[in-house]
Design a protein around this ligand. Sequence first.
Ligand code: SAM
Length: 269
Amino acid sequence: MRQVRIEVVTLFPGLVREALGHGVLGRAIERGLVVVACEDPRAHASGPHRSVDDRPYGGGPGMVGTPGPWSAAIDAASARLAAATGVSVGGAGGGLRRVYLSAQGVRFDQAMARRLAATAGLVLVAGRYEGLDERVLESRIDLELSLGDFVLSGGEFAALAVIDAVARLQPGALGDERSGEEESFSVDGLLDWPHYTRPVEWEGRSVPEVLQGGHHAQILRWRRKQALGRTWLRRPDLIAALDERGGLDTESRTLLNEYLAEREVEKNG
Ligand code: SAM
């Protein structure tokens, strides 16, 4: 059985643990497909207050994570991960990666989730305050990942997003493996098609007729058309990328043109 082990370096292990017990992620952990452990930098701090932050050099507001306890926590988490997986941590040679969640990192996406899901384990470092002393990032971090262009007050929610995205990619995590193969960013990198369930009529809106018919080939064609169309409307960059890869074949172009023509008719009543 494939298993991915994730160590989270966090000042709020309770927050991380509380979020792990639900839904797909909860089941993946229960089945042993994902193992999550936390390491608290405060456990590596000394002094009466076990302080893990200090004022920034150069002045200004906020505090900065101090190098000692944060590096010690990352090292402890890395050592535990290396011992459990037999794979060394850090470096460019394909070892286990130490990831800092950061607004300044590369954007986390499904392709990255797939890459991380295929590894034996990860150390996820959730920052707080103004962030960590830069020297910790230089010496202990292999990759910085951002959830998007906004600022969170801590990296825990970003770490949880990464854990969830990685967990659902583990074989056996989803009730039906097709769910993972047929969602956004999976089929040709397109967005998912729209979904409907009972009742067939709701508030004057009907489920599209083709989905009610049970004609498999027609349903597949409709879904592909919707996926292409809504990706074209919402994420033209994904269509451009598909085209660049040579994946926008004649059939796809026909479907896209049909979608746009049907939309035009709908708009004009
Ligand atoms: N001073 C930092 C900056 O302006 O880039 C923001 C620090 S933020 C208040 C505290 C922590 O939240 C960061 O150390 C990081 O771990 C996490 N964080 C904030 N925004 C994030 C994002 N968009 N993606 C991932 N982690 C984020």
